[in-house]
Ligand binder design. Sequence first.
Ligand SMILES: [Zn+2]
Length: 210
Amino acid sequence: MSRGLGRVQRAVLAYVRSEPGGLSTVDGTPLAASVSGLARVVYGVEQPTDAQRAAVRRAVRRLEAGGHVEVHRRPVGRTYTQQRAHPRFWPPRYDRRLAVCTGEDGCPGCAAGDRPSMYFDADVVAMFIEHFGSLAEGDRQLWRATAHGWHLYPVPLPRPADDYHTYEVEITELCVRRALTDEEHAQAEHRLRAFIRPHVDAIRAARQGR
Ligand SMILES: [Zn+2]
């Protein structure tokens, strides 16, 4: 059954079959060994390198594909912090940018898909003065705009810092145990139910007593 397996796979399989973690007191099944723990045993080192852990992880995935082991991700009691936009589906926010069309290929307004407007009225003049900050500059830009028109196009705003939240992300690790037979799984299920039953009964009794 173990023929055709690589050296690391054989070592991992032999170790998990020895049930090194003992049996669960809850359902009686073998406790899983972590990839780090396996790497320590397989390579006989206290601090496995990333490459060694990666090799064990690959071996574990192959053994899993071959039905030799069962694999779960388990938290290992450490966390790291991560900044993440919140909520993720928050639509991007836009500012409207007023710009004189340069009439050239590199015009940012044209590149943004906006057709230049040749429309000028009091509102447009007021918008130019407000946007460019002074009557003189607004007037100057208006005259420039008479050549190729002007753009008012949306530009995405960067997210403000408070759009990001810091999360504690739990570090998980692959944990491995030998594959259980169907019968072992059925027994484990039975033991688990027996383990849970008194707790469920106690909760029910407390509810009825209220
Ligand atoms: Zn343009």
